[in-house]
Design a protein around this ligand. Structure first.
Ligand SMILES: [Fe+2]
Length: 152
């Protein structure tokens, strides 16, 4: 999967965050081998928890800065993302020997769905507000991105 201009929300820092998510999807798809899958999956889940912290904080600050009217509903979707990742993490921790491929598949389909439903629809919806707002563009810079991957 590749990031394309069609996915842009008009704020470069947020686009960069979204590119990281695509890297996670590609990594999960590439790691079909059982030996490395559990490790990659644990890293992804841990990385996604950290990612959710800085990325959602960034987006919410951007939306607040441009008085985006859909902020509250949008925040609810972010909270649901965090809850879903926590649930998958729990499922894996309870049964790492047997739940690996099931959790891997569940995470992959959740992230792909997130990309098409959340990023392409909900995130795109704030673009007209954020893009034209100097305060929103400034707010986007107030969070530093952390890289999800730390190598093998
Ligand atoms: Fe969002």
């Amino acid at each position: 999967m590749q990031w394309s201009q069609q996915m842009s929300v008009g704020i470069p820092e947020i686009d960069d965050d979204h590119k990281q998510l695509i890297r996670v999807i590609n990594r999960l798809e590439a790691d079909a081998n059982d030996e490395t899958r559990l490790h990659a999956l644990r890293q992804s889940l841990r990385g996604l928890q950290r990612y959710a912290e800085f990325h959602f904080a960034r987006e919410e600050r951007v939306m607040a800065a441009c008085d985006y009217p859909g902020l509250d509903e949008h925040k609810t979707e972010h909270r649901d993302f965090v809850a879903r990742i926590a649930e998958l993490n729990r499922r894996l921790a309870e049964n790492p020997d047997h739940a690996t491929s099931e959790v891997n598949d569940a995470l992959l389909s959740f992230l792909k769905d997130w990309l098409t439903h959340h990023i392409l629809i909900e995130d795109k919806a704030y673009q007209p507000y954020a893009e034209e707002s100097p305060a929103a563009r400034e707010a986007a810079k107030s969070f530093q991105a952390a890289e999800i991957w730390w190598g093998q």
